[in-house]
Every structure is written in structure tokens, then in C-alpha cells.
Design a protein around this ligand. Structure first.
Ligand code: DGL
Length: 258
């Protein structure tokens, strides 16, 4: 059976891959990180669109049966053209504001994402479709995905950036924090610690990884593409960046010691 292709601007999409592998262990995956061009979040939409198309083309040429855009930024700009161009299922990734809004509370919801995602028409429409959109505060985090690309294992590397983005909300009641960028999931504990120290309330952290993995499962079943339960999938990594440095990092992010 064919593998499933997954791509992101860099290593962020591996946070989705962890969920997907746990949920669908029979499936094989090819992960492509466009690290050479990361971060996408500070690029214009036409450039992101072009880069996303090129990632998808690489995966398509490797004969994948479906593609997951494990990048909120690329989903917002490119999902339509990807679906027009490739005749296989393309699964998208969106900030998990829906489950965050379903958790009732009188406080606010912070949605952390790249600058591009917070300004995207697709995201703004999603936010407006929530019952109480005024509860959601969008927090653009320029530079954060890039810092994670370069310092993902360094716990102390994020304090300056986080306090820059989050200081305006200090003391406020924050019910939930949505990680609207797949990179941010790797510093989830650091964000939670910051929230516990600086906000009132016990903020729950949401990300779209598991929801997207479940959606992938649904789409594969609808298309009769699910691998047999007896199979044992494998995972292959590719990057547009320096393979010698990055492939061991991908491996560590997927398999452990986090
Ligand atoms: N990981 C990506 C996302 O989910 C984008 C990060 C970036 O390249 O700026 O939005």
C-alpha cells in the first residue's frame, strides 16, 4: 500500500506526525520538512503558495496516497490550489479554536499563531463562525517558529519572545490557549508554565494534531484507502535543508525524550 505524505515549513509538522503514527500505526508516512525555506509565517501569501505547491509536488511524485498539510500557515494560503492541482485527498490543518470555544468559561482564549495565519481570510471566517468570537484574542508570534526551528531542545530559549507576545494579557483570566502553529506544540510545557505564572485561571492548551489525525483516518476510510490492521507502517524523513543536522532532530522529535 502507498504511504501518506506530510509536509510543513520545517520540523513543526512532526508534532502532527506523532499523533498520526500513534493513531494509525499500520500506515506508512513520508515527512517532508521545507527547512531551507522556513519560516513561512513571515512570507507573503504568493510565496507561501508557491512553496507549498512545491512540497506537495515532491510528495505526489513519491507516489503518496494522500497529503497532510501539517502547517496552519500553508493551509490558509494554499489549500485551495493544492486541492485543484492534485487528485488525491489533501488534509488541512487549522487552529483548534472550536474545541477551545466548547470549553465553557468566562475568561478569554488566546490563539497563538504566525502573523500570516492570524490575518488569513480562512482563519478569520472560522473565528467568526464561533458562538462568541469576542472571547478569542489572536496573538501573532513573529519569530517564534524560527526560534523553535533552531533551538527546539533548549528550554530556556523562549522566555524573551513569550513575554514579548503575552505581557499585554498578564493578570487576565485565560481559559484556553490554542497553539495555531504546529511548531509551538514542541514548547507546549513552556507556554503552559508561562500561563500558570502570569495569567489567572487554569489555561487548557489546545492544538490541532489529534483532530487532524482523526480527520486523516476518516478521509482514508471514506476513500477505502486504510491500510490493513495487520500491517506495520514505516516512516521516512526528507528535508530541503541540511540532512545531516536535521534528520536526527526529526527522529528525536518523533520518537522521544521530549
Ligand atoms: N508550522 C507552521 C504552522 O503551523 C508554520 C511556521 C512557519 O514556518 O512560520 O503555521
Amino acid at each position: 500500500m502507498k504511504p501518506i505524505g506530510v509536509f510543513d515549513s520545517g520540523l513543526g509538522g512532526i508534532s502532527f506526525l506523532r499523533e498520526a503514527v500513534a493513531l494509525l500505526p499500520e500506515e506508512s508516512f513520508i515527512y517532508y520538512g521545507d527547512n531551507k525555506n522556513a519560516p513561512y509565517g513571515d512570507k507573503d501569501e504568493a510565496t507561501i503558495n508557491r512553496l507549498a505547491l512545491s512540497c506537495a509536488k515532491k510528495l505526489f511524485d513519491m507516489n503518496v496516497k494522500a497529503i497532510v498539510v501539517a502547517c496552519n500557515t500553508a493551509t490558509g494560503t494554499a489549500i485551495k490550489s493544492l486541492r485543484e492541482k492534485f487528485n488525491i485527498p489533501i488534509i488541512s490543518m487549522e487552529p483548534a479554536i472550536k474545541p477551545a470555544c466548547e470549553k465553557k468559561g468566562s475568561g478569554k482564549i488566546l490563539m497563538l499563531a504566525t502573523h500570516t495565519t492570524t490575518h488569513m481570510e480562512r482563519y478569520i471566517r472560522l473565528r467568526e463562525s464561533m458562538e462568541d468570537p469576542a472571547r478569542i484574542i489572536d496573538v501573532a508570534c513573529p519569530g517564534l517558529a524560527d526560534r523553535i526551528e533552531h533551538s527546539v531542545f533548549d528550554e530556556d530559549a523562549f522566555d524573551d519572545l513569550l513575554s514579548g507576545y503575552l505581557r499585554p494579557y498578564e493578570g487576565m483570566q485565560i481559559d484556553s490557549i490554542v497553539l495555531g502553529c504546529t511548531h509551538y506544540v514542541f514548547i507546549k510545557d513552556i507556554i503552559k508554565r508561562y500561563a500558570d505564572m502570569h495569567f489567572s485561571g487554569d489555561a487548557t492548551i489546545f492544538d490541532g494534531g489529534l483532530g487532524t489525525a482523526r480527520q486523516l483516518d476518516r478521509v482514508l476510510r471514506q476513500n477505502s484507502m486504510r491500510e490493513s490492521e495487520k500491517a506495520h507502517g514505516d516512516i521516512r524523513f526528507f528535508t530541503s535543508g541540511d540532512e545531516k543536522t536535521l534528520l536526527p532532530i526529526f527522529d528525536r522529535l518523533l520518537y522521544g525524550n521530549m
